[in-house]
Design a protein around this ligand. Structure first.
Ligand SMILES: [Zn+2]
Length: 143
C-alpha cells in the first residue's frame, strides 16, 4: 500500500506506519508529492484514535503532518525538524547522508552522552543527546 493510501485507510496501524515512513524519509520528491495532498490527509486522520504505548502513536502522525507542511512551504532545511521528533537516531541519519557526525562523547567510556552533528545540506550544527527511558531517544539542539 502506498503512503497516501495508508493515510486515507482509516486504519490506525496503517496511519502509524505511513507517519513513520514520512518521519524517516529524506526523499524530497516523495515528500513533495505527498504534501500536495496534505489537506486531504489532515481531514482523513483528524478524528482517528491511534492508540499507542509509552509514546502515543498520534505523536508520529503530528510530526509527519508538521514535516509535510514544512515541505509544502519550502521554507527551511529538513534538518530544522530534528529537534521536533525524538526518534532521529544520528547513526541512521549519517547512513542516509543527511548529517555527518564529528564527535561522539561517552560517559565513563561506556554510554553515549551526545553526538556533534553537521547537516550535509545547510551545514547547521547540532548537539544530540542520547537518552534511555522505556525506549532510546534523542534530543537534538542547535549547537
Ligand atoms: Zn540542514
Amino acid at each position: 500500500m502506498n503512503i497516501l493510501r495508508k493515510f486515507m485507510s482509516g486504519n490506525p496501524d496503517q496511519i502509524w506506519s505511513a507517519s513513520c515512513e514520512i518521519a524517516k524519509s529524506n526523499n524530497l520528491e516523495l515528500l513533495d508529492s505527498i504534501s500536495d495532498d496534505l489537506e486531504i490527509i489532515e481531514q482523513a486522520t483528524a478524528d482517528i484514535d491511534l492508540g499507542g504505548g509509552f509514546c502515543p502513536n498520534s505523536y508520529h502522525l503530528e510530526f509527519a503532518l508538521k514535516k509535510l507542511r514544512l515541505v509544502k512551504r519550502r521554507k527551511s532545511c529538513l534538518c530544522s525538524l530534528y529537534p521536533e521528533y525524538i526518534f532521529f537516531n544520528p547513526i541512521n541519519e549519517e547512513k542516509a547522508c543527511s548529517i555527518n557526525i564529528s564527535e561522539i562523547a561517552k560517559i565513563d567510556g561506556k554510554w553515549i552522552d551526545y553526538y556533534m552533528c553537521k547537516c550535509t545540506k545547510c551545514n547547521s550544527l547540532y548537539k544530540v543527546e542520547e537518552r534511555e527511558g522505556h525506549f532510546t531517544f534523542w534530543s537534538w539542539k542547535k549547537a
